[in-house]
Ligand binder design. Structure first.
Ligand SMILES: Nc1ncnc2c1ncn2[C@@H]1O[C@H](COP(=O)(O)OP(=O)(O)OP(=O)(O)O)[C@@H](O)[C@H]1O
Ligand SMILES: [Mg+2]
Length: 236
């Protein structure tokens, strides 16, 4: 396993947001967490990345215990998160936003420059808009920038929090094409989505989350054909 989360519990004050959660992601897989608003999807990603504290449980990454590791160490270990709502630095240029993605990574200037070139190949629009303020990009372009910024740390595992949120259907499709391409290139992905239909179409496996608990898991195909999932998440 590349990532293994065991019996994770997270609280916000008295609110028990994540309840004894165990999930795993194999190298090369795209795994999706689906769940309604408030189910705890963001909380799971934030606690894996070390951005919010874990009450109990363990997280292993590349067989290393990262449960107590600080956020920047977790980035260095190879996990990068694309946050919900993209969170690009709107007053900085596209290029400066990309450079911030490798800020906590120890690598040569040449290698960081090469990574920028690779990201520009993947997202030609970012090259075109390189000197432009990120706040002037469209929502879909900002999502690409947020993904590019995360790729700057050359992660072994990419955490994506609702990449399709608020985008037009065309951009939703474009973002999911990007996710498919990353998957084909061997990037391991843990994807969080409310748009279960499209997410299950790119994922290998998925977990269904309800009020902080996994209630179902299986291959994406199994869940796409699951009667309960169809009614609750696929609009059947
Ligand atoms: N900072 C916080 N303080 C208190 N409660 C919080 C905080 N952040 C989240 N919660 C609560 O924890 C639960 C899980 O929230 P979380 O944001 O992880 O859900 P989510 O599945 O990502 O939802 P969404 O689809 O709306 O993004 C919710 O009940 C939420 O109200
Ligand atoms: Mg969320």
């Amino acid at each position: 396993m590349l990532l293994e989360v065991k019996n994770l519990n997270v609280y916000y004050g008295h609110i028990h947001a994540i309840k004894d959660l165990s999930i795993s992601v194999k190298e090369g897989e795209t795994v999706c967490l689906i769940g309604a608003n408030g189910a705890g999807k963001t909380t799971i990603l934030q606690s894996i990345s070390g951005l919010i504290p874990k009450h109990s449980g363990e997280v292993f990454f590349t067989d290393q215990d990262i449960t107590q590791m600080k956020g920047h160490k977790i980035t260095q270990a190879g996990i990068a998160q694309v946050p919900e709502g993209r969170r690009v630095f709107t007053n900085l240029s596209v290029l400066d936003n990309l450079n911030l993605g490798s800020y906590s990574i120890q690598d040569s200037v040449e290698n960081k420059q090469k990574e920028i070139e690779r990201i520009y190949q993947r997202f030609p629009i970012l090259k075109e808009r390189s000197g432009q303020r990120a706040g002037t990009l469209s929502g879909g372009e900002q999502q690409m920038l947020a993904i590019g910024r995360a790729l700057m740390s050359r992660p072994k595992l990419l955490l994506l929090d609702e990449p399709s949120m608020g985008l037009s259907p065309i951009y939703v499709q474009k973002i999911f094409d990007v996710i498919k391409n990353l998957h084909d290139d061997g990037v391991t992905i843990l994807l969080v989505e409310q748009n279960a239909n499209i997410a299950l179409n790119v994922a290998d496996r998925a977990y269904v989350l309800e009020t902080g608990k996994i209630v179902k898991e299986g291959t994406a195909k199994q869940l796409l054909n699951d009667p309960d999932v169809k009614v609750a998440y696929l609009g059947a």
